[in-house]
Design a protein around this ligand. Structure first.
Ligand code: ATP
Ligand code: MG
Length: 447
């Protein structure tokens, strides 16, 4: 963050936007949906504290700020000649279909772009060898898709040849490509953009960040996150019933969170019966006086039940001595060792060694959560993200993602959004709330 400057937050544009937006042509009408048009000078400040403001005023450096999203009076693309494509990649996350629906309806009804195509099975859909035909998308095709989880376009992992992908964009005369995906997809989007630039093509690539872990920098929240932790909270509630239903009952729920424990932390705050939250950001020891197992044992002795929530990326250091080889998936993401199963075995064995009769239950709801239907708050958010992506793309902004900061929608260059991951600050308010709510020790390490 500290080495980023105001310049890094400037988005790229295909060229000057010279055409009057159909939204602006409509806006004087009584029932026009848009009354506010955004000038490109409107920016959202990163640090809204008074001290940061004063510091910025007294220095030459511009404070970090983000371009405000929203409809522009002038657009770059002529809607009648514009062809748009949508692709979804990586793992599932609630709300993908809502985003697809929002993109299609925004293009079709707001901008009169009627030529919209869905690319099937992620970036594979650009490679003809796979034989995945593009599908035509209309409001009629997408009208009910928000009622289902998953993605109607299908998804995939695994790297594809960038040059071949841009060949397809060129051959199909696509002007705007919307990518819905995580860090891998967005990195892919950026490389596609670089190849487009190298060839001097006038194609926009716009990203809607999809990460259930809520780990994108410079965004308060990513879509699907609210649904994910709300669904997780219901599972945590059930797990609590399992724990209290047996004498010395211990229930463990494993939740998503490869590098960031936001889902685990928020699910525990929503369901404050949780006694221990284990996240990647906070290391803990298994053994020893202050270690997790002994702390858990004391809790069970006192209250005769315990509820543990563990993020999938937590405690990975515990595997370091066991096995050294790193396993990766098709996209090159490091596959984490299963901390949930590991903890279940460790807890069972430890309590047995301590002569404690206990019942240990383990629940892993990950795939159920990933394919959930978006809750209403997420549906609203998905639709807003999609509409703002359409506004930015039609204005000729490229290589960007849509985000939200201080309750305002923003456009960020992809490289700054993917430069590093957002993590829980273990000295910050969120983690302290978790510690206060669960009553777990601040530190479960022995030194
Ligand atoms: P998730 O959050 O589920 O991991 P993701 O978008 O990160 O979502 P990945 O499978 O990592 O999912 O990546 C999606 C697609 O992007 C894959 O097809 C992957 O090969 C491709 N990709 C990732 N990085 C690059 C890159 N640098 N250049 C080209 N393609 C890439
Ligand atoms: Mg990824």
């Amino acid at each position: 963050m500290n080495d980023l400057t105001r310049q890094d937050f400037e988005v790229t544009r295909l060229g000057k936007a010279t055409l009057t937006s159909p939204l602006y042509k409509e806006y004087k009408k009584e029932d026009a949906p848009h009354k506010e048009f955004i000038e490109d000078s409107r920016r959202i400040i990163y640090d809204a504290s008074l001290s940061a403001f004063e510091e910025a005023r007294n220095s030459d450096a511009d404070p970090i700020s983000f371009l405000k999203a929203g409809p522009r009076k002038k657009i770059y693309f002529d809607p009648s000649k514009t062809k748009a494509a949508i692709v979804t990649c990586g793992g599932l996350c609630p709300g993908i279909n809502n985003v697809i629906r929002g993109l299609v309806n925004g293009l079709y009804y707001r901008y009169n772009v009627k030529n919209i195509w869905g690319v099937q099975y992620g970036y594979q859909g650009f490679i003809s060898d796979y034989g995945h035909e593009m599908v035509k998308l209309t409001p009629n095709v997408v009208k009910d898709i928000h009622l289902f989880g998953g993605t109607i376009l299908g998804s995939s992992r695994g790297r594809q040849d960038i040059s071949a992908m841009v060949d397809t964009l060129e051959r199909e005369n696509i002007n705007i490509l919307f990518t819905i995906g995580g860090d891998g997809t967005l990195s892919g989007n950026h490389v596609i953009h670089e190849e487009i630039e190298r060839r001097g093509l006038k194609i926009v690539t716009a990203g809607i960040p999809k990460t259930i872990d809520n780990d994108v920098n410079f965004m308060t929240k990513t879509f699907g996150f609210d649904t994910a932790f709300s669904t997780a909270a219901a599972v945590v509630r059930d797990a609590h019933n399992e724990a209290t239903g047996a004498y010395n009952g211990v229930a463990i729920v494993k939740l998503m969170g490869r590098d960031s424990g936001f889902i685990a932390a928020n699910a525990a705050l929503a369901m404050p019966d949780v006694n221990f939250v284990l996240i990647p950001e906070s290391k803990f020891d298994l053994y020893g006086d202050k270690g997790f197992l002994n702390t858990l044992k004391k809790r069970v002795e006192e209250r005769h039940h315990a509820l543990v929530v563990v993020a999938e990326g937590a405690g990975q250091h515990l595997f370091e001595d066991n096995e050294n080889e790193v396993v990766k998936d098709k996209s090159g993401n490091i596959k984490h060792k299963d901390i949930g199963v590991f903890l279940k075995d460790e807890i069972t064995n430890y309590l047995k060694e301590q002569d404690m009769e206990a019942t240990v239950k383990y629940i892993d709801p990950s795939y159920i959560i990933r394919s959930e239907v978006a809750i209403p708050a997420d549906s609203v958010f998905c639709n807003d993200l999609a509409l703002n992506a359409v506004h930015g793309a039609m204005a000729g902004i490229t290589d960007f993602v849509v985000g939200r900061w201080h309750n305002q929608f923003t456009y960020l260059p992809i490289p700054v959004a993917t430069a590093s991951r957002k993590k829980i600050d273990i000295d910050g308010a969120l983690w302290w709330s978790v510690l206060e709510t669960t009553g777990q020790p601040v530190d479960m390490t022995n030194d």
